[in-house]
Design a protein around this ligand. Structure first.
Ligand code: GLN
Length: 479
């Protein structure tokens, strides 16, 4: 069932949140040994919270809906590891604004999901607690960094989960697991309670199996928040009520032919080309665009994000959070704690960021990257004068084998080639299922819109979802 169907059933008294919790707990307990999508799951706590959400379900839009939350988002009194040993045993002392808004609408949190350590990665293999497996083929990755949240929704652990995006971490795993994933405009959802990676890029984003469910979660979580001064001032819009209010033929849809060329898997190219042909046959105006090589975005991101991460992660020092490894003096304590607590990829990012910010290199790297970022933002703004939304592939590849790219950071970084531009520019973007390759692995269609253009993006996504009919659950889910 979708979140919309569950909430309606609970509101109408057809079943209770407790019934819902029992059924999803059963699914989790059956599949978790195969998938390892969750880092924290507590059957009794889920049942208790579901009972709590049964109290007064009147009119609530998420009455009795279970939600899986990426383990870099705070849920009061629940563990929070960020997939890292450095936070082993730590418990949040408050809930993120996004979490409070979902709970206020009747939802309950059923588990915390696996991720690449501190959200750095594209495969979920950089988790200190072992990789998550893709429910479509358990020998393959679910994408990352929000791979656990994506696998959880694909395998029907819950109708909705939360991920976070800094450079594609919701859209790419959505694409690799055949579900819907949204990265909102920067500032649409409060970052209060999301552990900071690259603060100028980070956004929480929902996963769901339908555009309607994802839009509902977005609608509920969005809006200004006094605890995050970077939130947009716009009041939440009625996304769900307006999903079918604008016909596809009233849209100008842009695409960049080069993005379907070299580097893009032929099966993905074919699938995206037929989606574009479908849009055309529905009467949409198709506009060919020229944008700079997306490789520039990857290069820019891998300066900006590590710089911000090197600063943000300095708080994990063994004094304030998590386990401590003592040393003879304070410096030795820091070195022992951080040396043992952080994994390889996190150390690589901290070192790159520290280097690029250091005296003498700051102008050559960090400041130059900021200039390229501004050019990217302008290029998008210019492109959106010619079209209302942009479509293309979400990821250049379908789900790859566990272990295939883990030793090759550059290859891993290129997984985000089509997604990172939207993070640099701050614009909203999403992925919806668009087809399957010969091995039966899902392919995602990427839809990007101008700043604060979520409504139009969702309308195109909804219209395409109805026509593509590509939303399916993997056989393993058994539904
Ligand atoms: N894969 C990218 C990275 O490793 C993006 C991660 C993210 O969006 N959190 O940084």
């Amino acid at each position: 069932m979708t979140a919309v169907q569950i909430a309606a059933g609970v509101r109408d008294g057809k079943f209770s949140a407790l019934d819902v919790a029992k059924s999803f707990c059963k699914q989790i307990e059956k599949l978790e040994p195969k998938l390892h999508a969750l880092l924290h799951y507590n059957h009794d706590a889920a049942i208790r919270d579901a009972k709590g959400s049964d109290q007064g379900t009147k009119g609530l839009r998420l009455a009795g809906v279970p939600i899986v939350v990426k383990d870099n988002i705070c849920v009061d009194n629940q563990p929070l590891t960020c997939g890292s040993k450095i936070l082993k045993g730590y418990r949040s002392t408050y809930s993120a604004t996004a979490i409070n808004r979902l709970i206020d609408e009747g939802a309950f949190i059923i588990g915390k999901s696996n991720l690449d350590e501190f959200a750095m990665g594209s495969s979920c293999e950089h988790s200190a607690y072992g990789p998550t497996h893709n429910p479509w083929d358990t020998a393959r990755v679910p994408g990352g960094s929000s791979g656990g949240s994506a696998a959880a929704v694909a395998a029907c652990y819950a109708p909705i989960s939360l991920g976070s995006e800094t450079g594609g971490s919701v859209r790419q795993p959505a694409s690799l697991t055949g579900i819907v994933g949204i990265k909102p405009s920067y500032g649409r959802i409060s970052r209060y309670g999301l552990v900071a990676f690259g603060s100028s890029l980070d956004q929480i984003g929902p996963f769901a199996r339908t555009v309607e469910d994802a839009a509902l979660a977005l609608e509920i979580m969005s809006g200004p928040d006094d605890n995050d001064s970077t939130t947009l001032s716009a009041a939440p819009e009625a996304y769900v009520a307006n999903l079918d209010k604008r016909d596809l033929k009233k849209f100008r849809v842009g695409y960049v032919p080069e993005h379907l060329g070299e580097g893009c898997d032929p099966a993905i190219r074919k699938s995206v080309e037929s989606a574009i042909a479908l849009l055309k046959s529905e009467g949409a105006t198709i506009v060919e665009l020229k944008l700079s090589d997306p490789g520039f975005s990857v290069a820019t991101y891998y300066i900006v994000a590590p710089c911000e991460a090197s600063s943000n992660l300095s708080r994990f020092d063994g004094i304030r959070y998590g386990p401590r490894k003592d040393g003879e003096d304070l410096l030795q304590l820091y070195m022992n704690t951080r040396g043992e607590g952080f994994g390889h990829e996190v150390k690589r990012r901290i070192m790159i960021g520290t280097f690029a910010l250091s005296a003498g290199y700051q102008d050559a790297f960090y400041k130059k990257a900021l200039k390229v970022r501004e050019l990217t933002r302008r290029e998008y703004a210019h492109a959106f004068e010619k079209c209302d939304v942009m479509v293309g592939p979400t990821s250049p590849n379908t789900a790859f084998k566990i272990g295939e790219n883990v030793g090759d950071p550059l290859k891993m970084y290129l997984c985000d080639i089509y997604t990172i531009g939207a993070n640099l520019a701050g614009i909203p973007a999403m992925s919806i299922p668009c087809g399957y390759d010969d091995a039966g692995l899902p392919i995602g269609l990427h839809i990007q819109a101008p700043m604060e253009g979520e409504m139009e993006m969702l309308q195109v996504a909804y219209g395409m979802e109805q026509r593509l009919k590509a939303n399916r659950a993997p056989a393993l889910a058994g539904v």
